[in-house]
Design a binder for this molecule. Sequence first.
Ligand code: ADP
Length: 260
Amino acid sequence: SIVVVGSINLDVACSCERFPGPGETVPGDRIAYGRGGKGANQAAAAARAGAATTFIGAVGDDGARVLDSLGDVDLRVTRVPGPTGTAVITVDGRGENTIVVVPGANALLSLTDDDRRVVADADVLLMQSEVPVPVVLDAARAARAGGTTVILNPSPVRDLPDELWSLVDVVVVNESEASASASHLARIPTVVTTFGANGAALRSPDGEFRVDGIAVDVVDTTGAGDAFTGTLAASWDLPPAERLARANTAGARATTVAGA
Ligand code: ADP
């Protein structure tokens, strides 16, 4: 089983032919409200890939809408005062995106003793850096104590304590995250790097594995990395080359639809 400790957001997405510059207004042609947040997206992807998945997170008073969209995921979600985390997303004519994230309820997440037990009993703990660092560290410690494999997607990039890096078994990074955390990656047993349209690579004690990108008609790359990472976690009991292939397929498919 997989436990995701992470963010859940309301995504407000619009498209425009090209991004506005500072002080500029451009016309848009689509607006959509959906569920996002790297934690929730990766949990949804893991569940769709067939893994028994639990999501630990926090929402505000307006959280029902985003929770409804999580599919077959067990929820351990705290309701806190104030708004659910919200992401304001723009997608341009080439499928590139810009995103502003307001943390909202995600900033108020904390773990209960029961949450720590659930983490310790799981096979895999999957986390990102979109919830407070002390919560990520707390969960990683519980995982280590229980022999749970810790997969960290250090996204968005921020300073993380050395103790956290020392508790991580697997890191999943895109190219910019790879350069931002380069000094830490050498010490991590398994590192998976994604290269967008050019696929992904896995480096572990078992060797190095590489998959090419899959040619698809890109509509929107939002959530491609999350689909990849959630599917990778759900495939952790497979041989490395198969994990990578499944994750790569999920990442490519995620770019063919709008939104996360
Ligand atoms: P992120 O979305 O976190 O920036 P990437 O852009 O590296 O991460 O994409 C993650 C994965 O999603 C890639 O490894 C690949 O499997 C898939 N992917 C992303 N963009 C494309 C694309 N244009 N064509 C095919 N697959 C893609």
